[in-house]
Every structure is written in structure tokens, then in C-alpha cells.
Design a binder for this molecule. Sequence first.
Ligand code: PEP
Ligand code: MG
Length: 594
Amino acid sequence: MKKNKPSNSEEKIFKGIGVSPGIVIGKAATLERHRATFIPRKVAAEQVTSEVKRFEAAIVESKRQLEEVKQRILEKGLGQHAYILDVHLKLMEDRMLRDETIKMIKEQQVNTEWALKVTLDKLSDAFDAIEDEYLKERKEDIKHVVDRILRNLTGRELRQIEDLEGEVIVVAHDLSPADTIQLNLQRVIGFVTDVGGKTSHTAIVSRSLEIPAVVGLEDITAYVAGAEQIIIDGTEGFVVVDPTPETIKAYHLKQQHYRYLERELLKYAPLTAETQDGYYVTLQANIELIEEIPSVIQYGAAGVGLYRTEYLYLNRKTLPNEEEHFQVYKQLVQQLAPYPVTIRTLDLGGDKFASHLELAEEMNPAMGLRAIRFCLKEQGIFKTQLKGILRASTYGKVKILLPMISGVEELRQVKVILEDTKGDLKAKGVPFDPEIPLGVMIEIPSAAVTADILACEADFFSIGTNDLIQYSLAIDRVNEHVSYLYEPLHPANLRNIKGVVDIAHKEGIEVGICGEMAADPLYTLIFLGLGLDELSMHPLAIPRVKKVLRRSTRTEGVRLLKEVLQFATAKETELFIHKEMCERFPEDFIQCME
Ligand code: PEP
Ligand code: MG
């Protein structure tokens, strides 16, 4: 995947996966996101004293660093945030943390890292047993403190996201979705990572925040020390490190060209998504954050087809309560009225995680206790969210969407909980829409295969191609090593979608796609032929898809689909569809002819 092409100077060019469009030119800032590993190692009796000294030195260094950060915060007049550093400084002196670790090093003759990890586990268990919510939260602080000590022990770089300043481009091995949101707060202008794929949630968040990004570069962190000049082309997936003046000039021109194209496309935003023979497709927005509402309106979406609510749970230490849910949903629904808003219930797990909810470490998180499975287990958390959604439903048109449904049994269980929740609100005289539509995501192969059963009991379908492709082709959507096998045009995927659409229509319910496929204009005519009622995508993609629809006819879509379904491989289909789209829209698909 990587193309490292040294040219006339020290310029290096890398090819990765462009996941968030746009060109940015800035200074590189490396970020250490590896977690220090804990491996038990026996130390010789004569080394025990020096092992203890190493531990004590790491504590001293950690405290010095914390004092320094505290000083910087105070100098910036942000004294209100300094208290957390005082808590961490106090924890550095915690007797149990210190004494227990030293005791274990001495008695069991093990390395400090391991002794510290065992002490941390013991402390975590003790905190878990505490009823008091405030004290429980201190567990996270202990983890941060231990993390800092460990990093100092292992000599790893300690740059934190909070330390980033100015308009920098972050270079990291990996970033979590939560990290990405934080990057936005730090005004980072772009990022590149070694790992990741187009449909990883980090990629999705970067698109929402409109931060250009390239992922899946495999080992870019090995080539960037920090402070070099760097160019990201998130549209084409290129990264240039130490560019020559000529390259910088060329990218400035390209940047202007992209901006021009974007402005041109924006002309389609206010127009209806109607084909030349009068066929409508509802184009809606996928959003993760409430801050994206202006983009939803600006790019001409007919409402929100997927609101990923898990971001309400990230970067915080407590769970959102009913009122918080309600306020966010109400704002969304009111600001987008009269358009509908589809709120997807909590879909944690896989490559998304919450900082507060401690999801057990699983061998196979994508197939673990995530999404609806988690909600059916933690019904209190689920009901809190449902109440917030129900209360917001009186302010506009709201639909509920359930993630990761594998069969009708789960849908039935949700219905019981939903009725129960409605009963609670009714008893308190709280208004809500009693007919609120309840839809399911078709993103697990078993749901696609049993779509006929689900269609009898669901109000609508939304096909989550990101996961449907992952599970039906057995391709980890975040693993850059198999990203070449992640083929949306694989006949299995097209057949899955076709089967689900046909069944939905037979049963008289609407069906849309909310996976990343919906955003790619290359597939728009195929979806038109398939007869999808809705396509939901990141707002930025809407004008381009709308343009394709407005310049085509449904008849053309049906004809094209017939040919597409005859190909045996994704490659053949792709060649065919590229050629067709290039001929029809030379100005939009020019790249494919190069
Ligand atoms: C999907 O799987 O296609 C989807 C839209 O859900 P998510 O990307 O949040 O898993
Ligand atoms: Mg999904």
C-alpha cells in the first residue's frame, strides 16, 4: 500500500486511504498512542534495589511533569482545570499504590511495570466495590496516573493531545474516535495514521468534523520525527513529507481547484433529489455531533437518516442522564423540522468505546457484547436513552433505529422495553409520539437473510453496509492489511442489498442505506436501479450524489443494474461502473480515467 518515493530532494510520498477529503499543508506533530505493555519479568535478587529506585525515579519525574502542566494551565488563566492535576499529584503519593508495588517488587522479584500493573488491578477492584459514584470515578484518575508512571518507566514519549498547539497535522500510529473529537478542540488541521480503514469510526468522525485525513499508511510514524512540513491530500489518499517548493505550489493550486469544485457542487444543495423522469430519492445526513446541524442544512439534506448517539457517551466520566439525552435530541429535531430525524440507539463496541462504560476486553470486539446486545443487557442505560428520544418526539418527526439486530427476537425484546418506557412516561403525564416508528439496521448477514421475517415487525429498514460488508465478507473494517478485500461491489454485497430492498418493498416498508457506500456517487445509479427509498451519508457528500441523480433517469439506473448484477467479481463491476460514470460525468469522475 505504501509508496515511498524519494525524489530530487528529501521529499517522501506515501499512499494510504483517504478518508476525509481536502488538502492541508502544515507542520507535523507526532503523537504517542501506544499503550505501554506489561510483561512479567523476573529480576535477579541483586537488581531488586535498583528496580525500586527506578520506580521511585519514575514517580519523581511524573510529579515534575504534572507540576509543569499545572503551571502552564495557571499561566493561561485556566485555574479551574488545575484541580484534576492536584488530584493526580495526590494519587502519585498514594501509600497503597507506592507501598504495594514496592512490596511486590521485593517479595516476588518482578519488574516494576508488572508490579505496578498488579497493584493497579487490585486498586481497580477496590474502586469497583465502592457505591459512591464520585469515588468510583477516581478509578480513571488512578489509571491515568499509572499510565504516566509507566510511560516514564519505559522511556516512551509523553506527548498528549492537550499538548498540541497551533495548526498542526497529527501523525500517530492510531487514534480512537474520542481522540479525534479532541483533536478538533485543539484546532488540529489534519491527521494521518498507520492503521485504519475507510469505515473505521475514527474515519467517520474525521469526515463529520471536516478534518482532512489519510489512514492505513502502515508505518508513516517511522518516517516522521515531528516538526517536518507535511501535506495531506485526504481526497486522493496521498501524504507528502518534506515537500519541495514545487510540490507545495502544486498542492496550493490543487487546493484552490477543490474549493472551486466544492463551490460549484454547492449549487445542487438546495435542489430536490429528483431524477429526470420524476423519481425521488430521499437524501439525508449521517451525523455524530450536534455541531453538525449547520452542515446538514448547508449541504441540502432532507433530515438526518442516522444520528450516531454513541458520541454522547464519549470523552466523559459519567453516563448521560435522561435530561441530557432529551435536550440534545430536542435541539436536533427542532432545528431540522419539518424534516425527520432518525436517532440510532447506543451502538458502543467494535472500534467505538466509551470512556466511562467499562466494556470488557474481548477477543473479538466486533462480534462481542456491543450495540443492541449491550442495551438489552444494560436495560437501565437503554431506557434512559429511550425516554430522552420519546420526549423529543413531540418536537418534530423522530424515528428510532436499532443497531446490530441479528434476528426478530431482539426486535421483540426491544418492543417490550419500549412499551414499558412509554408506560413510565405516560404515568407521569409526559407527552411523546405514541406511533414513533421503530426501524432496524440490516448490518448482520442473519438480518439480511431473515429480512422477510423482520419486515413484518419493523417499521423501516436501514442497511448498514459498513458492517454488512465486514461481516458477510469476513473483512475487519479497521484492518488496513485486508482493506483491499473490503469490496462494496462484491456480488455478495450487491445481492444482499437487492434481497433486502425487494423484501422491504414487498412488505410495504421503506428501506435506505446509511453505510459509507451511500456517499459514493460511483454507486448512485446502482442504488437508483435497486429502488432504494433513502440514502443517508455525511453531509458533504450530498450535493455530488444529488447532481448524479438530477442528471439521470430511473430507467438508466435499472438498465445499468441489470448489467452490474451479471458480473462475477467486484473488479469487473468496478471497471464497468467507472467507465459508465466517467462517460456520463467526465468532470466528476475524471480521476478514474488517469
Ligand atoms: C454501518 O455499519 O454501515 C453503519 C452505518 O453503522 P456504523 O458505521 O456506525 O457501525
Ligand atoms: Mg454498523
